[in-house]
Write a protein that binds this ligand. Structure first.
Ligand SMILES: *Cc1c(COP(=O)(O)O)cnc(C)c1O
Length: 396
């Protein structure tokens, strides 16, 4: 049989998702790699042990299972190397600890995932790093915020909960003029719809808990770096002792095989519902980058190959006192949508978003923000569920 890995060059995304990572001929022809449970790895003799001149040396430093996943992610991200970590949040904190030192200044987008902000405001602060939050729409003007000690610029697009788009290329170009590392939390788009390293980002972060897992049952993170930033990242992983479990690594590789087709369905259903919501009297605004009405739509269209299944809408409320009661009435009337955090799984979810942490990108004033994760259910059923929510909210 011809070599599979070289045959994958120049193929479509679903072909690569189906075949990247492991070569079945390495494992007696079995289609999937083995799940290797390991701490100790044995050496054939003392000299090999002393020189560590063998491919695998200890469980924390990789196994055939984690290698298969790392190779698949490298291929998808176009990365020099990928580390696997036990959660999406660790996929943010490990690179921050890798590239930042006491006395440094970091610029972090204000629409950032809240636990990232919490890490910055507590642990990074204690370690002597100053963090400043910037407007997601800042673009090339970020250059005016860069100080002599600015070392890292963190981006996330679209932003968490409010989905602001960022001009990643312009931000990366400005940051690089001053020698900063550019990181991006790309969880929303996945490398299927946006490849950060192709747009000037140095380090691409993914909460694989979301779409790669796809079933709300695995916590996982991946961090992928370009050639210049890979050595420090892999060194930090070994130094910190963070690594991912073999069973979870296997599940994430398994999830990648169907991620492309799942995303197509999430995208189509979410857009159908977002468009329908725009026509509803109960809705003030829909926050979805693929809608032409959305302020960052042009950037999304320029840079992204698609949209995933999570967005928000602003539920109209005539006075701020009613925001909470209306939001709760809407949520409590839902039966197919679960009330729960996280997303990317097969089932739809809804949450009343808290935006009180924002410093620059303020919360909408027209009403409460409801975030919807659109799962793989049938759209008419989801619409009926949302209609029940509107009826309850209208009765407030
Ligand atoms: C969920 C999420 C994370 C964290 O992932 P966990 O696995 O839940 O820790 C990080 N970034 C973004 C944008 C997320 O949505």
């Amino acid at each position: 049989m011809a070599d599979k890995i070289s045959a994958l060059k120049e193929t479509g995304i679903n072909t690569r998702l189906a075949h990247s990572g492991n070569n079945p001929s390495d494992f007696h022809g079995f289609v999937n790699p083995p799940v290797v449970h390991a701490s100790t790895v044995l050496f054939p003799n003392a000299r090999t042990m002393e020189s560590r001149a063998q491919k695998y040396t200890y469980g924390t430093r990789g196994t055939p299972t984690t290698d298969a996943l790392c190779e698949a992610i490298n291929e998808l991200e176009g990365a020099a190397g990928t580390i696997l970590v036990p959660s999406g949040l660790a996929a943010v904190t490990v690179p921050f600890l890798t590239y930042l030192s006491a006395g440094d200044h970091a610029l972090v987008v204000d629409s950032v995932y809240f636990p990232t902000r919490h890490f910055c405001d507590t642990m990074l602060k204690r370690l002597g790093v100053t963090v400043e939050y910037y407007d997601p729409m800042i673009g090339a003007a970020i250059e005016s915020l860069i100080r002599p000690n600015t070392r890292l610029v963190h981006t996330e697009a679209p932003g968490s909960n409010t989905f602001e788009m960022q001009d990643i290329r312009a931000i990366a170009a400005a940051a690089h003029r001053h020698g900063c590392v550019v990181t991006m939390d790309n969880t929303w788009a996945t490398p299927v719809y946006f490849r950060p390293l192709d747009h000037g980002v140095d380090v691409s972060i993914h909460a694989a808990t979301k779409y790669p897992s796809g079933h709300s049952d695995v916590l996982f993170g991946t961090v992928s770096a370009n050639v210049a930033h890979w050595p420090a990242l892999t060194e930090a992983m070994v130094t910190l002792g963070v690594c991912a479990s073999p069973d979870d690594s296997y599940q994430i590789l398994r999830g990648l095989r169907t991620m492309g087709i799942r995303l197509e369905r999430h995208q189509a259903s979410a857009l159908a519902i977002a468009g329908w919501l725009e026509s509803r009297d109960e809705v003030a605004r829909v926050l979805h980058p693929a809608l032409p009405s959305f302020p960052g739509h042009d950037l999304w269209k320029r840079d992204f190959g698609g949209a995933s299944g999570i967005f928000s809408f602003v539920l109209k409320a005539d006075s701020p006192e009613k925001f909470r009661t209306k939001a709760h009435a809407f949520l409590d009337a839902l039966s197919l949508f679960g009330l729960g955090y996280s997303w990317g799984g097969f089932e739809s979810l809804a949450v009343h978003v808290n935006l009180s942490d924002r410093k620059v990108a303020k919360a909408p004033s027209e009403g409460p923000v409801i975030r919807l994760q659109i799962g793989l259910e049938d759209v008419p059923d989801l619409r009926r569920d949302i209609e029940a929510g509107f009826a309850a909210a209208n009765a407030v």
